[in-house]
Design a protein around this ligand. Structure first.
Ligand code: S5P
Length: 263
């Protein structure tokens, strides 16, 4: 059976990367294939949203470089919430430089991404050196990498042959590259890549800057293993509303998964 029709737990045996395995296990444990993208710019709001959505998610996606008051304490508190609520962390840094530079960006600077982020992602534009650079830092720490094979935005160049090239590049680094940011299942039948899909919202077609939305049931039906929802969850307001929205997306995403695998 292709991964598309397998349960998350049965797919564990297809994965050796520690971050991929931890994610699959967390998804099953919490019955959640929801990742919330917390794209807010203050520490207080960030921690409020993470604490609110924590019970409903398998993964929190961050853009740590948009926090105005970023500090070491924020990372400590995020890691404490990750233990309290049982979720993994994905820094959406979209690395896109030569190997030597991404090694520095991933391991050093003020954020030391590799030290706290289980998953991160990269564009394939530079060629395979970006993967070997990131792997030299991430593999010893048990981290995993997602390649951007497709994007959700209107007019994206990441399609067709570009997407195929991303899959080929992933095949060359199977222990570290665990899957793709994509809009649908990628790879051949015998391959098991984790597909994480952004551009998900209920009741909106897009924003004013090219973002395009599909529903959880649509994208999970197309092969998404994890749905990534940002403004659909946190734009609603206070902590209780945000918590309720996250739970609504968790239920939708899980129902779509059960339908896909037929359980
Ligand atoms: O193709 C993509 C890839 C990513 S990682 N399209 C995206 O929107 N993203 C990210 O997902 C984007 O950077 C943002 O953090 C999130 C979508 O946010 P939303 O508010 O539109 O749901």
């Amino acid at each position: 059976t292709p991964p598309h029709s397998q349960t998350y737990s049965s797919r564990l045996s297809n994965h050796t990367n520690p971050a991929a395995r931890a994610l699959l296990q967390c998804i099953e444990r919490k019955r959640s294939n929801l990742c919330v993208s917390v794209d807010v710019s203050t520490k207080a709001r960030f921690l409020e949203v993470v604490d609110a959505v924590g019970p409903s998610v398998c993964l929190i996606k961050t853009h740590m470089d948009i926090l105005e008051d970023f500090d070491a304490d924020l990372l400590e508190q995020l890691q404490a919430l990750s233990k309290k609520h049982d979720f993994l962390i994905f820094e959406d840094r979209k690395f896109a430089d030569i190997g030597n530079t991404v090694v520095l960006q991933y391991s050093k600077g003020t954020q030391r991404i590799a030290s706290w982020s289980h998953l991160t992602n990269a564009h394939i534009v530079p060629g395979p050196g970006i993967i070997s650079g990131l792997a030299s830092v991430g593999l010893p720490l048990g981290r995993g990498l997602l390649l951007l094979a497709e994007m959700s935005s209107e007019g994206t160049l990441a399609r067709g042959e570009y997407t195929d090239a991303a899959v080929r590049m992933a095949r060359g680094a199977r222990e570290f590259v665990v899957g793709f940011i994509a809009q649908r299942r990628l790879g051949e039948e015998g391959e098991d890549w984790l597909i994480l899909t952004p551009g998900v919202q209920l009741g909106a077609a897009g924003d004013t800057m090219g973002q395009q939305y599909n529903t959880p049931s649509k994208v999970v039906g197309e092969g998404a293993d994890v749905i990534i929802v940002g403004r659909g969850v946190y734009a609603k307001g206070g902590k209780e509303e945000v918590r309720a929205e996250a739970e609504r997306y968790r239920r939708e995403g899980w129902a779509a998964y059960e339908k896909r695998v037929g359980i």
